[in-house]
Design a protein around this ligand. Structure first.
Ligand code: BGC
Length: 732
């Protein structure tokens, strides 16, 4: 995005001075599409139809690109509309022309769309990509998304989602960077830069939108949209942390979340939006509501009618109304009667115009026609990046020496998911096309390996034992692709049981009973409770939903062309009942142990099924010689890392800390730094980390940031549980 000069700022003020009350309110109004022509259904229902499989992803795309908007041209002409949700460049230019050439002040429209993990080139779902712990990759995939968005007439994406997700039941965990605030902060920063900052190779940029502000992922019992009760310290130290960093890095917009925090809906939460975000974090962009959320504060029981909803939202600092027309219908009267001040309205208008100006929409309002026709929709170069991203997102969870498979191995590939192309896209790939997707079968075929394939069972439906038996006869290795349909995670897709759905486990049990070696490939949008698989499978590979290159990446890892490097960005619990389960919990006075009176369940193990930060490789690493010392402004951590195995690899070295004693109970471990390191076989290197002393502090419940002297333990290792450790005294 471009930096504004004093002249552009003056231009904004001059515009505001000229605007009528109605034009000002119009700048706060965003419309979502309502589809006409054969499918006369609202957008939300259309999303439901695709997630429930009533229409295919391709049909959905087709409808979207033919979509006509439920708008009156006159509304654009009279300046009553500021923004549309749209993915159609021709349409965008048509609408823009009315705004720019036919409205009184010529203020351009801004087109937003959900580009969550790539646009045409669909990359791994965020939960998967975060397992790469690779900031360069996070940025590169966002750069490609920015380019493809601009080509489609989109100026603004509703991403990145920075909701800390500690509860695997919550469907939207798939859209998040996982459970850790530090990793999510680095993910957020890279994404904001990727979307917003042009470079020599790719000059496109779009506005990002940090969402959902705030603590949406802390929904009670993992149920979507549910209430959130949080202590201020937890809100600040965990849930707001990734937002703060990304705001400081210049994120253009923020989306308020659907949920309430301690009884106040975020949409109307003055303390959260006006005080914390705008005043304390210094956020200068604009805040958009989530879809229909302003009107929903009435259903929430917080506003008694439309006028009350509008007053509460605008006073809270909510600048743009997504989809409900509450602002456009209510604000003119509210301002005239003095219930909302003109300066409150002007502030919102100023923020929205500033972002439009930073996007250069006043000077370049249209999509370049040449971009619309330029090259194939998914270029070879972008597909290559999609493969790199997919490979780096895979996490090897177990390997009893069976992987990599030899290309000559006699293999039976089973599971419906292995052949369902569009399932690789995940739940939020609105522009993804089935024809661009590589299924696991396609990936095996591309490598030229021979295998028998049978569907046998999917996430829904019955296990076809007869086919399974005949298919696997005389074959010792079964590669079973199991997991969830992509519609089983994402928005409004929480699950109260996160074990393997349907009869898939029956198939795995049959394979073990028949004496087969079993390689389990998981496709899912959340951590799953799969203790039986962990115990009985010979290998377990977490593929998630890897985007268009899913099948190629999976095949290349399984057959050893690529050495897996992914590390979990979320904890896998053993049972659903342990949710929310996360590594950076507080210590109790009776930590989990063998004794009866300790903090544990009678019917579940103490250890996580797979811990945060965990992921195997085809090589092995040894950590030694940890040294920790305080310097003037930092904690310096040094460690020796050796690749002791027989092939080269990339290890993600993780540094954690524990504040042993503080005026508020602190987490048992917190990630404070990490690095990815490439080592040849037998190569050794010394690594050094500088952790700023500032990072050792924490917020108390009155919003003060405290730095307290005392003992800290620093841990270094290849996962959150497998670490060397050293305790030191720290003085600030
Ligand atoms: C989601 C947002 C999304 C918006 C617009 C809402 O239902 O919560 O994440 O950006 O729709 O599509």
């Amino acid at each position: 995005m471009i930096l504004l000069t004093d002249k552009s700022k003056e231009k904004i003020e001059a515009l505001i001075a000229k605007m009528t009350l109605e034009e000002k309110v119009g700048q706060l109004n965003q419309l979502s599409p309502s589809i006409v022509g054969g499918f006369d259904v609202p957008f939300e229902e259309l999303i439901e139809m695709v997630t429930e499989g009533r229409i295919s992803q391709d049909e959905f795309n087709q409808i979207l690109s033919n979509a006509e908007m439920d708008y009156k041209e006159e509304d654009i002409r009279s300046g009553r509309i500021s923004s549309f949700l749209l993915n159609n460049p021709q349409k965008a230019n048509e609408l823009q022309k009315i705004a720019v050439e036919e409205s009184r002040l010529g203020i351009p429209l801004i087109f937003g769309f959900d580009i969550i993990h790539g646009h045409n080139t669909v990359f791994p779902i965020p939960l998967a990509e975060a397992c790469s712990w690779d900031e360069t990759l996070f940025k590169k995939t966002a750069r490609v998304a920015a380019y493809e968005a601009r080509r489609a007439g989109i100026n603004w994406t509703f991403a990145p989602m920075l909701d800390i997700s500690r509860d695997a039941r919550w469907g939207r965990i798939s859209e998040s960077a996982g459970e850790d605030p530090y990793l999510a902060s680095r993910y957020g920063l890279a994404k904001v830069k990727g979307y917003q900052v042009p470079d020599e190779e790719n000059t496109a940029y779009i506005a990002s939108c940090l969402k959902h502000f705030a603590a949406y992922g802390a929904a009670e019992s993992g149920q979507d949209y549910n209430s959130v009760s949080l202590a201020e310290s937890l809100l600040q130290n965990v849930y707001l942390k990734p937002f703060k960093g990304s705001v400081e890095a210049g994120a253009a917009t923020v989306m308020a979340s659907f949920n309430d925090i301690n009884g106040i809906p975020c949409t109307s939460n003055q303390k959260l939006l006006r005080k914390t975000l705008k005043e304390d974090f210094g956020f200068e962009g604009f805040v958009v509501s989530d879809a229909n959320a302003i009107r929903e504060t009435i259903i929430h029981g917080y506003a008694h009618d439309g006028a009350d909803a509008a007053v509460k939202a605008i006073k809270a600092g909510l600048d743009m109304d997504m989809g409900t027309s509450t602002y456009i219908n209510q604000l003119p009267e509210l301002v005239t009667s003095g219930k909302v001040s003109l300066s409150e309205l002007d502030e919102a208008v100023r923020r929205i115009l500033t972002i439009k100006m930073q996007l250069d929409l006043f000077d370049k309002p249209y999509v370049d026609e040449s971009l619309m026709t330029e090259g194939p929709i998914v270029s070879d170069k972008n597909r290559k990046l999609a493969l790199e991203a997919a490979e780096k997102s895979i996490v090897l969870l177990k390997n009893k020496g069976i992987l990599p498979l030899s290309v000559d191995a006699k293999v039976a590939l089973v599971g419906k998911l292995a052949d369902m192309k569009s399932e690789v896209l995940g739940a939020w790939a609105l522009a993804g096309k089935e024809k661009d997707c590589i299924s696991i079968r396609d990936g095996f075929d591309a490598l030229g390996v021979s295998y028998n394939y049978g569907e046998c069972v999917g996430p829904t439906g019955d296990f076809d034992e007869a086919t399974f038996r005949s298919l696997t006869e005389g074959i010792d290795t079964v590669v079973a692709v199991v997991g969830e349909l992509s519609s089983m995670s994402g928005e409004a897709s929480s699950r109260a049981d996160i074990s393997l759905p349907g009869q898939q486990e029956q198939m795995l049990k049959k394979a073990v009973e028949l004496g087969k070696k079993v390689v389990v490939l998981l496709m899912n949008g959340r951590p799953m409770a799969i203790p039986w698989i962990k115990e009985h499978a010979d290998a377990v590979v977490e593929l998630w939903q890897l985007g268009i290159e899913h099948g190629n990446a999976a095949a290349r890892v399984i057959y050893g062309y690529t050495n897996p490097t992914g590390k979990l960005c979320v904890t896998f619990p053993s049972m659903t009942g342990q949710c929310p389960r996360y590594y950076n919990h507080f210590s109790t006075g009776r930590p989990a142990g063998k004794g009866k009176f300790t903090s544990r369940y009678l019917d579940a193990p103490i250890e996580d099924l797979f811990p945060f930060g965990f992921g195997l490789s085809y090589t092995e690493y040894e950590y030694s010689d940890l040294r920790v010392q305080q310097t003037k402004d930092n904690i310096q951590v040094k460690v020796l890392l050796k690749n002791t195995g027989n092939r080269s690899g990339v290890e993600t070295v993780q540094v954690y800390m524990r504040d042993c004693f503080a005026s508020l109970v602190r987490p048992v471990k917190e990630l404070v730094s990490f690095k990815k390191v490439f080592l040849e076989s037998k190569e050794e290197t010394q690594l050094s980390f500088q952790i700023p002393l500032e990072q050792l502090g924490f917020y108390d419940n009155d919003g003060n940031y405290l730095k307290e002297d005392g003992s800290f333990i620093f841990y270094v290792g290849g996962s959150s549980v497998d670490c060397l450790e050293e305790e030191i005294g720290v003085c600030f």
